[in-house]
Structures are given as structure tokens and as C-alpha cells.
Design a protein around this ligand. Sequence first.
Ligand code: NAD
Length: 494
Amino acid sequence: MQTFEHWIAGTYAPSRSGEWIESVDPYSGKAWARIPRGNREDADHAVSVAKDAMTSGPWASFTATQRGKVLRKIGDLVLEHARDLAELEVRDNGKLLAEMLGSLKYKAEYWHYYAGLADKIEGSVMPIDKPDLFGFTLREPVGVVLALTAWNSPLTFLAIKCAPALAAGCSVVVKPSEFSSSSSLAFARLTKEAGLPDGVLNVVTGYGADIGAPLVEHRDIAHVTFTGSDTTGAKVYEAAARHMKRVAMELGGKSPNVVFDDADLDRAAAGVVSGIFGAAGQMCTAGSRLLVQNSIKEAFTDRLLAMARTVKVGDPMDAATQMGPISTAPQFRKVLDYIDIARSEGARCILGGKPAEGPGVGAGQFVEPTIFTDVTNDMRIAQEEVFGPVLSIIGFDDEAQAIELANGVAYGLAAGVWTKDVGRLIRMSKALEVGTVWGNTYRTYSFMMPFGGMKRSGVGRENGIEAIEEFLETKSVMISTAADAGPANNFVPR
Ligand code: NAD
């Protein structure tokens, strides 16, 4: 059993409570590591260290160019340690090792991108309507940032949140999910190796109620950036609002893949299958609804079934595996409950629909790739996030109905549109109430492209240049240039 500790002030330390949480490997079903069960005392300690690091430590006097150099080095170290970090994450959440390796190598690019942006943060000199007055703006780091992250991709969230926050000059406290904290704790050490001063990035672990909530409410946290469920997100949003903190919320989804009859159907089927069975559907952007034009519904469903039947379920460390286990025990039960709900609502299961068995599956929490048809948009299986390998098929007649169905959910994270008609792709992109539209592709990400949700899928955007804005305050400075006391120095009404 491996032991991981909080990372505070550039060193590892156990929780002040002396208590631990066991991390269970979802493939073997066995506890493989323990992490500190943090509490309010740990929260207070981490925030005070982060606050000091921002205001009085060497970080406060780093030039923007120096910040960029450290971030670049962090990216290099992520690349160098990609395999070790990936293996930790796989043991915690059962993601495929092959996918994790690819993802981590790409995550290094996120660090490099924000390294390059660190010294391009500029204020402005403003033309001003009053005589003898010189006005300009300063762009300053917002303060100590709290990053609360979900269990499905901890190192991805860490890069997406911390790279722009550090580029902006903030300090950070990260609280990863209690189900998958090991990779964030191991990563933290690399930031010291890269030259990040002690206390600028801290990682503390534990349950949301024990340590997450006290962190959100801490008076010295200026900004809360959250990735998780909309239910917890709403609680965190509310608590942050009571203290007037800034927030960014990356929440769940019920994303549609919309397939028109003129689409390249092989390509579309591959996109739909990987969009829902990749990471066993445990992605915020899971394409959990297939909206398919009725004229091709039957033929496309056959194509989909043929492809989905070949999905190889098994050991996430095995390079041949295409779908791993469900990451946590509660999530495993939740997915199976939704399958029961779909059946009881009258949806017809045409693939899977039960825990996976057989060789390669071991004692893990596996659910078969599952497809329901005869789904209507008012069913819970069409409306609620399952976060598992469960696809709902709904037919539509025309573009107007496709838009109505696609937008007819509480979420608005992403959508895929499959058609050869460019005009339709543009019309659909404008009409869909989602933060990201993919045309003839799905689950393609870039650190340059803003990412975030509409409606219940969230608030704010990550990635791209605008992500840095989340971590900056604008300060206006007005200085009198008058040689003598004159009107500019007297009371001038606003
Ligand atoms: P969750 O909401 O249960 O937990 C998220 C984090 O919040 C964890 O670190 C948890 O410990 C913490 N937390 C829980 N209660 C808290 C409280 N009262 N105060 C402060 N912190 C608290 O989410 P999860 O189950 O870990 O992740 C799955 C969810 O994440 C899914 O809904 C998925 O769609 C969503 N997600 C969204 C994105 C995105 O970018 N939009 C990406 C991945 C996952």
C-alpha cells in the first residue's frame, strides 16, 4: 500500500487529523494507496501558506518572464514523468493507460502555451475625458485560487486550471477528488523541481464536506474554479457567492451527437462509439444521446451495433483494451440504476445492459457497452447525466426537430454534428445551446480553444487566451499631470 501526503509549502505532510482515506483500484477492486483525510485545519494551513507566497514570498517579485520560464519547465517535467503519472491515475480511476499517456503528453503543451502567455498580459493607457489626467490600467493576479477537481481526469483539470492561474501570478490550492488524488500529489513535487517557489502551488486531499467546504468559505480564497457535478457545483457556487468570490464552473453534460442522412456514416458511427464508450462514458462531454435522422435510423443503428460489439473491455493497463472499468463503487451502482430506470421507462435495450463478465474483467466494476433505442426526450435516460457507457438513440425528421431535441435538456456542454452540408453545419453551430460544437468529429480538444458550458453545464471558459482573464483583476490608475493645482485636482463630478 502506497502512502501519499498533502503537499503544502513545498513539502509533503500528513493530515493534521492523522486520518487517511483508502484509494481503491477499480480494476482489481483492492485498496492500493492511502491519502490524507484533510480537514479545516489543513485547509487553513494551505490557504495561509498560499496567501503568504503571493504577497511576501519570491513569487510576488517574479517577473512575468520568470513565471513563464517556470511554467515551461513544469511542462517539460510532465512530459518526462508522463508514464509514472499516468500509471498513478490509472490505478486510481481505471482510465486506459494508452489514453492517459497520450493525454499527458498533450497536457505538457498546455503548460507550454500558458508559459508563453505569462508575459503577454498587458494593461492599457486610456484616452481620458478630463484634462491633466493620465489614466492606465494594471492587470493584477486575482489572489489565491482554489481548484476543486473531479475524479475522472485530475491531471488534465490541474493543468487547465493551474497553468493560466500561475501565468497570471496567482498562487493555488488544489483539492482533487477523494477518489483519485495520487497523481495530483505526485505532480506537485515536479513544480518544486521546476523552480516554483514553495507555497505557490499546494495540494490537499480529503472529502468535500471535511476540507472542500472550508476551503471554499475561506476568506483568503479569491477565486474558486470547480470541475464536478452540477449538484455539488451549485452548492459550491452558493457558498462562494456568500463571500463574493469569483467562480468558474465546469459541470456535467447530456451531449448529443446529431447524425443527418447525408453524413459519412462510417465516420459518424466511429465518432458516436468513441464519444460514448471512450473512458467508459465517464467524461463530461460523453455523447450520451444519439439523435439520428429517421430516414437512416435503422441502417445507422445496425452499423453502430456492429462497431460497438467489437469494443474490447478489460484491464486498463493493457494496450489492447478499449474500455476500462467504472471508476468508483458509487458510480458503478449509479450506472446500473440508470439502466434499470431506462428499462422501466419503456426504452428498449439493444446492447449490453448489465455488468460485464468474463476473462479480462477480473474483480473490476465493469458495465457492458449499452445502447437503448425507442428513447423519447422526456425520459430520465435522455435528460440526466449517467456518466457511464450508456447511449440513448432518438430519431428526428428534420433540422428543426434535431435542434429542438438537442437543446431540449438542462445541460449545454457540447454537441457533435455529422453532415456533408457546410451551410447546415454553420446553422446548427449557431442554433445549438452548447459551449462546444464539433462538426464531423467528436471529443477533439485544444488548449487554444475555449472550453466550457452553457445552462446547467457551467459558468466561464477554460483554455485559450481568455482563460487567463478569469485570474486577473483590472485596476484603474488615474494620476494628475497638472503642474499647478487646477480643475483636475479639485472635486470633479464623475
Ligand atoms: P463531484 O461534484 O462529486 O466532486 C467534485 C469535487 O468537489 C471533488 O473534489 C469533491 O471532493 C468536491 N466537493 C464535494 N462536495 C464539496 C463541497 N461541499 N464543497 C467543496 N468541494 C466539494 O464530481 P465528481 O463525481 O468527482 O465528478 C463527476 C462530475 O464531474 C460529472 O458530473 C462530470 O460531468 C463532471 N465533469 C465536468 C467536466 C467539465 O469540464 N465540464 C469535466 C469532467 C467532469
